[in-house]
Design a protein around this ligand. Sequence first.
Ligand code: ATP
Ligand code: MG
Length: 350
Amino acid sequence: MNVNNIKQQPEEKPLLSVKNLNIEIQMDNAVLNAVDGVSFNIEKGKTLGLVGESGCGKSLTSRSIMSLNPKECETTGEILYNSTIDKKMNNVNIVDLDPTGKKVRSIRGKKISMIFQEPMTALSPLYTIGNQIMEAILLHRTKNKKEAKKIALEMLRKVGISDEEKRFDQYPHEFSGGMRQRVVIAMALSCNPELLIADEPTTALDVTIQAQVMELMKSLQYEFGMAILLVTHDLGVIAEMCDEVAVMYLGKVVEKASVREIFYNPKHPYTKGLIKSMPKLGSEKKRLEPIEGTVPLAINMRNKCGFYDRCSERIAGVCDVKAVPDTQLSADHSVRCFLYSEYGEEEKNA
Ligand SMILES: Nc1ncnc2c1ncn2[C@@H]1O[C@H](COP(=O)(O)OP(=O)(O)OP(=O)(O)O)[C@@H](O)[C@H]1O
Ligand SMILES: [Mg+2]
């Protein structure tokens, strides 16, 4: 059954609702607002893309859903989880849970799984591939070793690893990079999660393997009906995979819309810049337009737009001295930019 074809009832709650998530990190002389008022929903069976330049807070945001951020991170806000398979997990705020407690452990790896940014480090060189997949299954699905092995072999087959009986007893160094990534996906999916968080799952792979892994994730989503939070800086991957997109810049979501809106009707100057800097087929002779400048540190940025210094459409005296409001442009499109707020309009017309 294709869950993407199921029409979402209007009153149905999203699987995950992140509301005003803040992650502060105490530096030597200042506080870094690494994640600053981030809000988004992930609907059941759908894919949300989280995109933005390096250092904008994508990994911290996604790891906080697993309650896995380092202890120097001070996290506040809400990450409301609405499980469809466990009614006790209705409206649980993951931020309030003890990161080492029983409740988090019953969510992590079982109902919500994550593929980490550096997949090679997710596998131990000391244990066989089979043992590592079985470990998660034994922890969350069955205590029966025979049954766990059967599931592990089936997962290896599902992610396209042939000769699975032989491969089961091999070590990670005997696998290629693409195959190791498939194993990491098999591990993440072996417990049938409701939500898969994939943090740059293909960055370390060459393009052909990247396309295969993406196809694989899509087909597994189709089969298992899980939702995906896909973290990437690659807009091509976003276009290929996502239903909705949240664009992050300097710890904030600056634009949120359906994938179609983001590509055909981008509003935020940063989103427009990202799209312009993307290579397109048939335009080899045209020079790419990079976004000039670099991302500053998210310190004392609450009362100005973090993109101000790089923005070609900035309004001096507005964007650099005020907190930027979030403007809802339509039911599924919001943007955090003065150009679209009433205040910005007044200043432009003055
Ligand atoms: N443990 C930490 N201690 C101090 N600063 C941190 C820590 N973890 C992350 N940061 C900082 O928080 C900000 C956000 O980091 P994060 O890893 O979420 O970025 P990202 O968007 O995932 O970037 P990338 O695309 O490079 O993976 C960065 O400025 C980073 O330097
Ligand atoms: Mg990251």
